[in-house]
Design a protein around this ligand. Structure first.
Ligand code: IDP
Ligand code: MG
Length: 153
């Protein structure tokens, strides 16, 4: 990874997978110019999801959220690029699809907060924690893409 780049953890939730939106979501990150560093389709167990959402453990919807996230496979990914954590969150839209603008992933493809199709890290700290939780270091690829020099000034 070059000096001014960072990585974020993005996951297509079970509803996004079931609704056939994997390609559409990957397309948006790819065409924006971000680089895919890791990806796997995974049936997450509840322990992993409880850790992933540990900040929300006191929320009334926590158990429902963990059940929903383990109800089918998710696509776990690491995306890399300049300011990818903040930009990724903007591409996702707001937590509640009702508040998400058209043009964002949640704004374009979903209507309810409990089925909002995608997860994205919200800070450098959470990105590092989530990447380490979902991926082993050897599953993350460090490589140069021929487009890199055409994207970065
Ligand atoms: P985020 O996914 O935009 O970061 P968080 O507040 O971290 O939003 O919440 C994690 C996930 O928990 C949301 O994406 C959504 O699936 C679910 N969630 C958040 N708020 C509610 C709620 O009020 N009711 C039910 N589910 C919720
Ligand atoms: Mg969050």
């Amino acid at each position: 990874m070059s000096g001014n780049e960072e990585r974020t953890f993005i996951a297509i939730k079970p509803d996004g997978v079931q609704r056939g939106l994997i390609g559409e979501i990957i397309k948006r990150f790819e065409q924006k110019g971000f680089k895919l560093a890791a990806m796997k389709l995974i049936q997450a167990d509840e322990d992993l999801l409880r850790q992933h959402y540990c900040d929300l453990k006191d929320q009334p919807f926590f158990h429902r959220l963990v059940r929903f996230m383990s109800s089918g496979p998710v696509v776990a990914m690491v995306w890399e690029g300049f300011d990818v954590i903040k930009t990724g969150r903007i591409m996702l839209g707001e937590t509640n699809p009702t508040d998400s603008k058209p043009g964002t992933i949640r704004g374009d493809f979903c209507i309810q907060v409990v089925r909002n199709i995608i997860h994205g890290s919200d800070s450098l700290e959470s990105a590092n924690t989530e990447i380490n939780l979902w991926f082993k270091p050897e599953e993350i690829c460090d490589y140069t893409k021929c487009q890199d020099s055409w994207l970065n000034g």
